[in-house]
Design a protein around this ligand. Structure first.
Ligand code: IMP
Length: 194
């Protein structure tokens, strides 16, 4: 497949940089929603990560005609039957802070012995003629009861990936990106591009 340019359905500088590092060696240029200021905010109202990722990628592909990539991530806690999942960003309510979401999570699983959880990222890629592809990355771990570390974002201070003693918020970003849900989904996407 010959691709010259990809649009990332995000304006998040960290996501732009992470994807640029993958695409640059392949000679693929990256555009983001910043290059299309008249684009609309896509409402992430679907009941699954797959649904939201596809909705955003489809919108941007239709708008720009470019192969478009979008991702959606959730923290899925076993004892909460996969919650907060697709609602991770607004677990404690609309506009809730990372801290409020994390506090709600700790409250919900307070006293539980089973603290297993996973981060799951779904990448949707809509390319020429609207062909659609999904790539999934999972990182399993444990939710601890006292937040630790000041790196990262979101639920990082309470998530210890399997095989590690540190939380995501205590690991260097290079190490987190190597083993994380997003990192793993991006590796699959990079393999697909060849
Ligand atoms: P998004 O789909 O990347 O916007 O992620 C949705 C929500 O999941 C974020 O608002 C965070 O609360 C959480 N989240 C996503 N990725 C991570 C991560 O790597 N560490 C901690 N929390 C994350």
């Amino acid at each position: 497949m010959f691709i010259k340019e990809i649009l990332l359905a995000s304006a998040n500088p960290h996501k732009i940089e992470e994807l640029e590092q993958i695409l640059m060696p392949l000679g693929i240029a990256l555009k983001s929603t910043r290059d299309f200021p008249d684009g609309e905010e896509v409402d992430e109202d679907q009941p699954s990560l797959e649904g939201n990722a596809l909705k955003k990628a489809r919108y941007w592909h239709q708008k720009t005609g470019l192969p478009s990539l979008s991702d959606d991530t959730g923290l899925e806690v076993d004892v909460l039957s996969g919650a907060p999942g697709v609602y991770s960003a607004r677990y404690a309510g609309k506009n809730a802070s990372y801290l409020q979401n994390t506090e709600k999570l700790l409250h919900e699983i307070n006293g539980q012995n089973n603290r297993s959880a996973q981060f799951r990222t779904v990448i949707a890629f809509v390319e020429g003629k609207g062909r659609e592809h999904l790539f999934e990355g999972i990182c399993r771990g444990t939710i601890i009861s006292e937040p630790r570390g000041d790196k990262g974002f979101g639920y990082d201070p309470v998530f210890v990936p399997n095989g590690y003693k540190q939380t995501f918020a205590e690991l260097l970003s290079e190490e987190k990106n190597r083993i994380s849900h997003r990192g793993r989904a991006l590796q699959k996407f990079a393999e697909f591009l060849g």
